[in-house]
Design a protein around this ligand. Structure first.
Ligand code: NAD
Ligand code: UDP
Length: 310
């Protein structure tokens, strides 16, 4: 039985990953400081004797025994990562150093959750892993984007210098149950607004695009990457691309909501286009998403409805 450390395990993606790893027969140690995550996301896992939780900030050193480390700890929604940018940057930079050192000590594999944000406001579309990106180093998104870029650099330098077994995935917009309804990301905002009959808040003119992956697809890809014998980076996401206007229409339609659309300013440095090229993931991991936006939104809406009725 392997012992697997999941940082950020009480968050949206981390909680699904902990559950999937337990189902596969692993012992799971979830580390989280509950900055954006919640014990509610992992409450049903506490009855499993192979699950344990440590409330810890990865900016500080950590000492546990483990065979594998998945590093997901980092606030991911723009309002949350911009709330305390210094904390966000330290989480990516000091956090990855602490975890790489822990991996060295344990001779463990480490998978780092990077992001499509390393491509910034991309000048190449769709984005391939070979694209170096178009990132503002001093803007309001930089604490997240540049932190994630430096963390990738640390991973590859530890691999070259210490022969550490590292994996890097670049996650594109993912949604599903366990997303915090108030975390400010577009899917959770639109569903909440539509369920309550409030205006759907589109930033900018709504022609900017994103490509949305349902959480169960992503988790399958993450675990496949940990089992893969190369370091990547590899894009993981759903290549079906939508404008924010199209997303709003779909959500309104599925909920049969009376909500109207309201427009406000596009935030600074907000990427205009985003779509992963997943050729590498298909070829190397034999992975591609199965759940389309319509189906994934229905499942997510059910989850949010339960929360609103509680
Ligand atoms: P989330 O905010 O729900 O989860 C992040 C978790 O990390 C939370 O539980 C939070 O409390 C914890 N955390 C934050 N800083 C920490 C610290 N210093 N020490 C310990 N724990 C800390 O976000 P998510 O969507 O689940 O994202 C998980 C990871 O995936 C993040 O690293 C994010 O950058 C990456 N990612 C997510 C997406 C997406 O669309 N969901 C896209 C790209 C990348
Ligand atoms: N967005 C929006 N309305 C909202 C929240 C977000 O129009 O209520 C837009 C945002 O400006 C961006 C896109 O939706 O263009 C995706 O935003 P999100 O915060 O989910 O993630 P990002 O991909 O920007 O990190």
């Amino acid at each position: 039985m392997k012992t697997v450390l999941v940082t950020g395990g009480a968050g949206f993606l981390g909680s699904h990953l902990c559950e999937a790893l337990l189902k596969k027969g692993n012992k799971v140690i979830c580390v989280d400081n509950l900055y954006t995550g919640s014990e509610n996301n992992i409450s049903k896992l506490f009855t499993d004797k192979n699950f344990s939780f440590i409330n810890h900030d990865i900016i500080e050193k950590l000492d546990v025994e483990c065979d594998e480390i998945y590093n997901l700890a980092c606030p991911a929604s723009p309002p949350h990562y911009q709330k305390n940018p210094v904390f966000t940057l330290k989480t990516s930079v000091l956090g990855i150093i602490n975890l790489l050192e822990l991996a060295r000590k344990n001779n463990a594999r480490l998978l780092h959750a990077s992001t499509s944000e390393v491509y910034g406001d991309p000048l190449e579309h769709p984005q391939k892993e070979s694209y170096w990106g178009n990132v503002n180093p001093i803007g309001i998104r930089s604490c997240y984007d540049e932190g994630k870029r430096v963390a990738e650099t640390f991973c590859m330098d530890y691999k070259r210098k210490y022969d550490l077994d590292v994996k890097i995935i670049r996650i594109f917009n993912t949604y599903g149950p366990n997303m915090d309804k108030d975390d400010g990301r577009v899917v959770s905002n639109f569903i909440n607004q539509a369920l309550k009959g409030k205006d759907i808040t589109i930033y900018g003119d709504g022609t900017q695009t994103r490509s949305f992956c349902y959480v169960s697809d992503l988790i399958e890809g993450i675990i496949k990457m940990m089992e893969f014998n190369e370091s990547g980076p590899i894009n993981l996401g759903n290549p079906n691309e939508f404008t924010m206007l199209e997303l709003a229409d779909k959500v309104i339609d599925l909920i049969d909501s009376k909500s109207k659309i309201s427009f406000s300013n596009l935030p600074e440095d907000d990427p205009k286009l985003r779509k992963p090229d997943i050729t590498l993931a298909k070829e190397k991991l034999d992975w591609e998403p199965k759940i389309n936006l319509q189906e994934g939104l229905k499942k997510t809406i059910e989850y949010f409805k339960k929360g609103i009725n509680q």
